[in-house]
Design a protein around this ligand. Structure first.
Ligand code: NAD
Ligand code: DAU
Length: 380
């Protein structure tokens, strides 16, 4: 089957694409606008694979999207493209409204126009609809990838979010994602488009853009820069290793019930301070400060642990206190469980950032975006 993945050059999207290529026979049509968060170097293992087709398309461009559907005739859409960083949404929300809401609306409309022309499941229509490559109205799926932030936040004593928790988003980012979720469900109820929605907790792992908590802390520590913890570091997130999320998304696409929502979480609730302390402990073990050239020359500059870099800073506006996911539905109905504990996943992540200095440096210098300039100035 051909699967149209939006946002496949981003952090989670690239994990999904790599898994599809490595572990299935599916062809991936990777639709991505390559914003600052899109990085084809995260796909270097699969970029030239015959089952990976990259389309440099902005989901807010209806005509380009329509052409992608006509050209590739996908059997499913997995929609990950979004503006994803809460702090950026507080600083300026326009792109969040545009991509997350308008972009989702246009993708839904293009999907619906395409889906309306697909044959029904009966044998005659399938025979007539040879051009659809076996894709039918019943088999098509629109899988919308969303966040647990749509549910708002919890106090320490509240039970975790379930699929029935009412929506109460706090930030411009989460409000834009909540809005997109509502649109997707409306396209199911009103038009019958076969949709599935997943709402996931905080992801971490390789290839995450270093604006998010975990990679930011790892890279700042390695540069002996302050580790900026918002407020008192008491906010709680439920961490999930990105490969576990990608696998969950594949389970849901393959086995999820149309119209249904599945929450996905790692059962790893940690305060931010616990997370940062764990990163420091791992770095103290894997890259001790005493071994860094600048420190061995100026040993008084820092104490023995990276923890001495922790700096409490002004809190995020509207900062959600706690997120936690009740995983029972996806566990009981689809048999999915996270494979990685926070300890094993964090160790792999820290080691990945230590080992992949070229990826990190090119992101920091902005040179990972050179490809766009080279590719798109040809003949123009
Ligand atoms: P990301 O910011 O790393 O990647 C987003 C990708 O979307 C990038 O490749 C970017 O180029 C692309 N994109 C942005 N605007 C686009 C547009 N207008 N047209 C086409 N492509 C566009 O995001 P991520 O962390 O990988 O998150 C992916 C999805 O998962 C998002 O929808 C996000 O809301 C959701 N999500 C993320 C997390 C998390 O912890 N990161 C958790 C739950 C859900
Ligand atoms: O819950 C899922 C969401 O998780 C996704 O939908 C979002 O796309 C993703 O960005 C993430 O949102 P968060 O705001 O929780 O992630 P972030 O990494 O930005 O922050 C995690 C926590 O760490 C949060 O409580 C804020 C805090 N923080 C973050 C940064 C960047 C700090 O204390 N210092 C920092 O420098």
């Amino acid at each position: 089957m051909k699967i149209l993945v939006t946002g496949g050059a981003g952090f989670i999207g690239s994990a999904v694409v790599r898994q599809f290529i490595a572990e299935t026979e599916h062809t991936v049509i990777n639709v991505d606008a390559l914003t600052y968060a899109g990085n084809l170097e995260s796909l270097s293992d699969v970029r030239d694979h015959p089952r990976h087709i990259f389309e440099h398309v902005d989901i807010t461009n209806h005509d380009s999207l329509t052409s992608v559907f006509q050209k590739h005739q996908p059997g499913a859409v997995m929609h990950l493209a979004a503006e994803s960083h809460v702090d950026r949404s507080i600083d300026g929300s326009a792109e969040f409204i545009n991509t997350n809401i308008v972009g989702t609306y246009l993708l839904l409309e293009c999907s619906r126009e395409y889906w309306n022309r697909l044959p029904a499941n009966d044998r005659q229509s399938v025979a007539k609809g040879e051009k659809s490559g076996g894709v039918t109205k019943e088999s098509f799926r629109f899988h919308h990838i969303s966040t647990d932030e749509v549910y708002g936040d919890l106090t320490v004593n509240d039970p975790p979010f379930t699929e029935e928790t009412p929506y109460a988003p706090s930030s411009p980012y989460s409000a834009s994602k909540a809005s997109s979720d509502h649109l997707v469900r409306a396209w199911y109820r009103t038009y019958g488009l076969p949709i599935i929605v997943t709402n996931c907790s905080n992801n971490y792992g390789p290839y995450q853009f270093p604006e998010k908590l975990i990679p930011l802390m790892i890279l700042n520590a390695l540069d002996c820069k302050p580790l900026p913890v918002y407020g008192r570091g008491e906010n709680i997130r439920d961490w999930l290793y990105v490969e576990d999320h990608a696998r969950a998304l594949r389970y849901v696409l393959a086995h999820g019930v149309v119209g249904r929502t599945y929450n996905i979480g790692g059962l790893n609730e940690k305060t931010n301070l616990e997370v940062v302390n764990s990163i420091c402990d791992l770095l103290d073990e894997l890259r001790p400060l005493s071994g860094l050239p600048e420190i061995s020359q100026a040993p008084d500059k820092l104490s023995k642990s990276y923890k001495s870099l922790i700096t409490f800073v002004t809190d995020r506006l509207g900062h959600d206190h706690r997120y936690a996911i009740d995983n029972s539905r996806i566990a009981n109905e689809l048999g999915w469980q996270p494979l990685e504990s926070f300890e094993t996943g964090l160790r792999k992540t820290v080691q990945w950032y230590l080992d992949n200095t070229t990826w990190v440096e090119r992101v920091r210098l902005g040179t990972y975006r050179d490809w766009i300039a080279t590719e798109y100035t040809k003949g123009g």
